[in-house]
Design a binder for this molecule. Sequence first.
Ligand code: 13P
Ligand code: SF4
Length: 349
Amino acid sequence: RMADEELEERIIRVKQDWGRRLFIPGHHYQKDEVIQFADARGDSLKLAQLSATQHDAEAIVFCGVHFMAETADLLTREDQHVFLPDMRAGCSMADMADIRQTERAWEQLTALFGDTILPLTYVNSTAAIKSFVGEHGGATVTSSNAADMVTWAFTQKPRLLFLPDQHLGRNTACDLGIPLEKMAVWDPVQEELVGSGVMDEVQVILWKGHCSVHENFTTVNVDHIRAEYPDMKIIVHPECSREVVEASDISGSTNAIIQSIEQSPPGSAWAIGTEMNLVNRIIQKHPDKHILSLNPKMCPCLTMNRIDLPHLTWALESLAEGHPPNRIKVEEQVAGPARIALNRMLDHA
Ligand code: 13P
Ligand code: SF4
């Protein structure tokens, strides 16, 4: 790998030449070597909102994963082009709900429940899923507004289908006081609905998807922290399982995690259940606090990590040379309803 300093200089050169015509959003889970060049860093909601306000930007080089770049494309003007430095930077959770599976699920679920279901999708989903949701009256949600959006969904229909993260869906519904017996899980592979209560009384249908990073935090990790550091507070992302969230002290979105730790007094002790790059940055930023990853192995999002210094350099230089790579463009047929789903959320946020 070429010397990092050389790559850094080349990135700085393009950034200087392009000025405000170039915007680089960076998700909090990105590597340090990349996030240092981000014009804004944030969680998925903040980045979606910010992309929509970059009126001078001709090019948006998204340091995040594919669905985030799609969202940026959906919220920006036709003449603003979005690029992803590495096309392999996908999201395993978003890939767990494909549009064909969703259409088949919808057919079977509406045969069972009639016109009583509203679909909601976590922004961590493909544009095609957002489009499906928008067409059927639903909206997107993020981890920071899921409770508000689920509450809104129940003003529209008595049941909801929550895609694609069963954990965020279950944790949010539990926080709103919905009992577990009134939730069921749709298995897109077996094409069956699995629940412990009376099916007619089901209020929340959870798509059987999950995040392969947050599934690595377990109750064994929680027990270990409790035994080893009894004064430590445990804070986890709601993409963790219900058992882990229940065993922890606080659950919150990326932003809520950052804020909780920032607002805690010096000397506070925290174990954090979220992605490794963010945990490491929080540790470095707070030398006066005792902070650990809830899972001592640390948990990277491997697809996020595919965006690295060489890929960012290549993307920016190709752009500057007039042959920009990896444009993310959602086709118009899909984009219209997907935008409706996003805007229903942004109107609430
Ligand atoms: P937020 O940025 O909405 O907290 O989501 C976390 C995540 O998994 C992003 O992919
Ligand atoms: Fe997807 Fe999980 Fe990675 Fe977020 S952390 S991009 S949800 S795999």
